[in-house]
Design a protein around this ligand. Structure first.
Ligand code: PRP
Ligand code: HPA
Ligand code: MG
Length: 175
């Protein structure tokens, strides 16, 4: 049985942290050409909130990758299901994620955008599970550290459900 029983991060906590990250990014990239690249699908909710907290015009684009293939554990190999439309050469890229778990997806994407000759590539995530990390990928803008629990809401899914919950909830699975 699967139950969504406990709120781990409230709507207010999320909103507060998104505001702080938006302010920090606005200060750091002032006067630069910035493109926010959302990693679908989970990143979509955070992306929509974050872009409205940035105080100058930014470019936006969307990318969809699959990191786990057919197995449930990470293979470390990612497949691009939908690429960005923009030419990002010479532009500052900020990758926008809902959650960094092992870090493998973002490590791979950082390398990819460096190869595409972006002026810089940084990472922004609203949630991070530091205890699950397999690779040491630096997170430039990290929202909220969470424990090793399976969570849903604010973009995150369980079997494609619950992405639309405004809070982050813990999923409990019992027999
Ligand atoms: O740090 P990692 O171990 O690489 O895992 C993190 C990735 O896994 C989740 O995406 P998922 O593959 O579930 O796709 P979704 O966003 O479409 O649900 C999450 O949104 C990150 O993109
Ligand atoms: O806790 C999680 N929730 C949803 N998707 C995920 N992908 C890795 N960890 C998680
Ligand atoms: Mg998912």
């Amino acid at each position: 049985m699967t139950q969504i029983t406990k709120v781990l991060v409230s709507k207010d906590q999320l909103q507060q942290r998104v505001r702080e990250l938006g302010a920090e990014i606005s200060r750091d990239y002032a006067g630069k050409e910035l493109v926010l690249i959302c990693i679908l699908k989970g990143g979509a909710v955070f992306m929509s909130d974050l872009m409205r907290e940035i105080t100058f015009p930014v470019g936006i684009d969307y990318m969809s990758v699959s990191s786990y293939g057919a197995s449930s554990t990470s293979s470390g190999v990612i497949t691009i299901k939908k690429d960005i439309d923009m030419d990002i050469r010479g532009k500052h890229v900020l990758l926008v994620e809902d959650l960094i778990d092992t870090g493998l997806t973002l490590q791979h994407l950082k390398e990819l955008f460096a190869l595409r000759e972006a002026a810089s590539v940084r990472i922004c995530t609203i949630l991070s599970k530091p205890s699950r990390r397999l690779v040491d990928v630096p997170i430039d803008y990290s929202g909220i550290d969470i424990p090793d629990e399976f969570v849903v809401g604010y973009g995150l899914d369980y079997a494609e459900q619950f992405r639309n919950l405004p809070e982050v909830w813990i999923v409990e699975t019992r027999d």
